[in-house]
Design a protein around this ligand. Structure first.
Ligand SMILES: Nc1ncnc2c1ncn2[C@@H]1O[C@H](COP(=O)(O)OP(=O)(O)OP(=O)(O)O)[C@@H](O)[C@H]1O
Length: 168
């Protein structure tokens, strides 16, 4: 049930619900470094796994695992915000609540790593892919560029630089 002040008397559409959900997701991407790490890892895994001979069903398992980690991180962020709203000062119960939510993300991330190893650990295919990248100047440049972009995305370096420039 959405309060009247939010809808301004209008009926909410399905598009409104999607827009709100997308805003929530992008908020976590903007504010949570861990979310940006999960997303970066997901992009690399989903991009490179077809080159390692991953089957459709294995790809499906990878997609499910990624969704699980990202959803857990989003729930954890929502829980943290709710805790901060409910109690800004020290409270052991709030501390435990946050620890438990963070623990849920940790469990998902650790098992996601196991899934990644189980599905993607193909030394010969990995070596062949690495050789292809390293021996092709275009692929090598693109790969290095992607690593630089990933670094900037995770650590939001451009924002930090921009803030410093504004301060001067
Ligand atoms: N109000 C509080 N009372 C007691 N302990 C707290 C409180 N707020 C935070 N903590 C403790 O500090 C830890 C980190 O807090 P919080 O999750 O808010 O920080 P964070 O930097 O956003 O963490 P994350 O790296 O998970 O994003 C919590 O897991 C909890 O143990």
């Amino acid at each position: 049930m959405v309060p009247g002040w939010k809808t301004n008397g209008k009926t909410r559409t399905q598009a409104d619900s999607f827009r709100d959900a997308a805003r929530g997701f992008f908020h976590t991407v903007k504010t949570e470094r861990n979310m940006r790490i999960h997303l970066t890892a997901a992009v690399y895994v989903l991009f490179f796994s077809p080159f390692l001979g991953v089957t459709r069903s294995e790809y499906g398992v990878l997609l499910l695992t990624i969704a699980m980690v990202i959803a857990a991180e989003a729930f954890n962020t929502a829980m943290e915000m709710l805790c901060d709203y409910a109690q800004k000062s020290y409270n052991p119960l709030i501390g435990k609540t946050k620890d438990i939510a963070a623990g849920a993300v940790l469990v998902c991330a650790v098992f996601a790593a196991f899934v990644g190893i189980a599905v993607l650990w193909r030394p010969e295919a990995i070596l062949a892919l690495l050789i292809t990248i390293v021996t092709n100047p275009l692929y090598l440049v693109l790969f290095i560029l992607s690593l630089i972009l990933a670094f900037f995305f995770i650590f939001k370096v451009p924002c930090g630089v921009r803030e410093k420039l504004h301060k001067k």
